[in-house]
Ligand binder design. Structure first.
Ligand code: BGC
Length: 394
């Protein structure tokens, strides 16, 4: 990405075209070849009725599990991961993601805990973008900007679910069709998200989407982690590595200015392991805008390459979370806007910086920033994206 910026414009265009054809927009025939043959040895996944929507529709909860003992609860409302257990260095399991213990609380006020985000993860400036000469207006639900798909994004809709347990692990396939014009976006968008819990404690998330009109798409997962398993503690002692030597500075509305700024010599340098809290209050003007870290890092790997993007280590528990992706960016958010007003099921409330998010994605505001990798999806093409969260200990 950074390298592309310094090349002549025609080369950038050539690379963009190549990338359109190569990564995001695979043709149907290519994807069919990749589909695993999964009919053998399938068993249904454990599920319960989790609650009811105001109109009476049932919300289900599925539990993915593996032989190692990891469990992940997912509800069909928002595709939300409500609980995710992981062993510490002594083999003791704790829940490592923030959430609520009832549907009512998710419906009432949820800052995207555990949710699937779409159609556009992160912000679009002033809720507006143009495509092929038409201008589209989206909800301005974050000051004057659009955030995480609008008023009723993918985090607030009911997904169709199909779960199965196979020799490889547990899989839950979630599907949702977003109507043409929903939340202001053009095109009927058919989305499928597959959560697979593998035998080696990784959650492999694969996204696919198809449209019937040119549109923009940027899907992500919004789990809030605290690897201590104790949500009364902040995450400032967690040590983080981000495989990125630049990040995207933002304006006061947290929209990227368009600059790619090297992290070296700034509080944004996580190229070598560093406690999240070391520089968070360093008095840096970018940190003041986000009240802490709330920025997109530009990953070193080439766009479309699948590789390690981030890794977090909690020294006391020994838990390690690694994030792999084929996306060009990762939003690292240090839970700055949690203010102690939301109840934690185990007692108390969720306080400022009691969690962190690592949201893999294309860059914020890409529909308005031509120098950023494209988020356009055309009819006949398939949007694909993959992120894998792997838990180990050391
Ligand atoms: C954003 C934050 C926002 C949080 C919850 C994150 O993805 O970067 O600014 O507060 O989501 O909406």
């Amino acid at each position: 990405m950074r390298k592309i910026q310094s090349y002549p414009m025609c080369f950038v265009l050539f690379l963009s075209l190549l990338q359109l054809g190569c990564k995001e927009n695979k043709k149907e025939s290519e994807l069919k070849k990749e589909a695993p043959n999964s009919q053998q040895g399938e068993q249904p996944l454990a599920k319960i009725v989790y609650g009811e929507m105001p109109d009476g529709e049932k919300v289900e909860q599925y539990t993915l599990s593996n032989a190692a003992g990891m469990e992940i609860d997912v509800i069909t409302y928002g595709g939300i991961i409500t609980r995710w257990t992981a062993p510490d260095k002594n083999g003791d399991y704790d829940n490592i993601v923030l959430g609520f213990d009832n549907l009512e609380q998710y419906l009432q006020s949820n800052p995207y805990f555990g949710a699937l985000i779409g159609r556009y993860g992160n912000r679009i400036s002033k809720g507006s973008f143009s495509l092929d000469g038409s201008t589209y207006s989206l909800a301005t639900n974050d000051g004057e900007n659009h955030l995480h798909g609008g008023e009723t994004g993918f985090d607030k809709v009911l997904w169709q679910a199909h779960g199965k347990k196979t020799a490889e692990g547990s899989t839950l396939i979630l599907s949702y069709t977003s109507g043409d014009g929903e939340e202001g976006y053009p095109g009927k968008l058919k989305v499928q998200v597959t959560y697979t819990l593998t035998m080696d404690n990784a959650l492999d998330i694969r996204y696919e989407a198809r449209t019937d009109k040119a549109t923009v798409v940027n899907l992500t997962q919004h789990s809030y982690f605290n690897l201590s398993g104790n949500f009364g503690q902040d995450i400032l002692d967690h040590e983080l590595v981000l495989e990125a030597d630049s990040f995207l500075p933002v304006d006061s509305g947290l929209i990227p200015t368009g600059e790619f700024r090297p992290v070296s010599g700034t509080p944004f340098d996580f190229q070598r392991s560093k406690p999240i809290g070391r520089d968070i209050d360093a008095g840096d003007s970018q940190l003041e805008l986000g009240l802490g870290y709330d920025h997109c890092w530009v990953l070193d790997q080439g766009e479309g390459d699948f590789g390690l993007a981030a890794s977090t280590f909690h020294p006391t528990s020994g838990r390690v979370l690694e994030v792999y992706t084929d996306e060009p960016g990762i939003q690292f958010y240090s839970g700055n806007f949690l203010d102690g007003s939301l109840p934690a099921p185990q007692g108390g409330t969720y306080g400022k910086r009691s969690c962190f998010c690592l949201e893999t994605q294309h860059f914020p505001d890409s529909p308005n920033q031509e120098a950023f990798p494209s988020v356009r999806l055309d009819p006949g093409d398939i949007y694909t994206s993959r992120t894998l969260f792997k838990l180990t200990t050391k």
